[in-house]
Ligand binder design. Structure first.
Ligand code: AMP
Length: 112
């Protein structure tokens, strides 16, 4: 539920986070428990539960998330060296029920 969602609260600036970037479509924050030297979360401002729940009407939003990842990469020593992960559903490791992309860099994520 959006009102109780931790990412909605961060988006609404009700609770703090380290904000990396922001536009009208999405917010980028540092992950509070980083799994790589660079670990950002790219979060759509619209409360969408998971990738499973997107509709064709979310096409632009999804594209904005990817272009935001590309923009985040411009700040890296190597703008081509990053990974994006979306966990979909609790069984796959999703712990926050608001769609987000993990943006990871500085470590080879080869254990997938
Ligand atoms: P997932 O397990 O794919 O749903 O990822 C959720 C991520 O959100 C985890 O990597 C958490 O460390 C991160 N996280 C949870 N709460 C916060 C918070 N308040 N600020 C920043 N990152 C958070």
């Amino acid at each position: 539920m959006a009102e109780r969602c931790v990412f909605c609260k961060i988006i609404n600036k009700e609770i703090p986070a380290t904000i990396i970037d922001e536009n009208e479509h999405c917010l980028v924050i540092e992950d509070i428990n980083p799994k790589a030297p660079v670990h950002y979360l790219i979060i759509p401002k619209k409360h969408v539960v998971s990738l499973h729940d997107i509709t064709p009407g979310d096409a632009q939003l999804m594209s904005e998330l990817l272009f935001m990842a590309q923009k985040c990469a411009t700040t890296l020593p190597d703008p081509k060296a990053f990974g994006l992960i979306v966990n979909n559903g609790p069984e796959a490791g999703q712990s926050v029920m608001h769609l987000h992309c993990h943006f990871l860099s500085g470590k080879k994520m080869t254990d997938l």
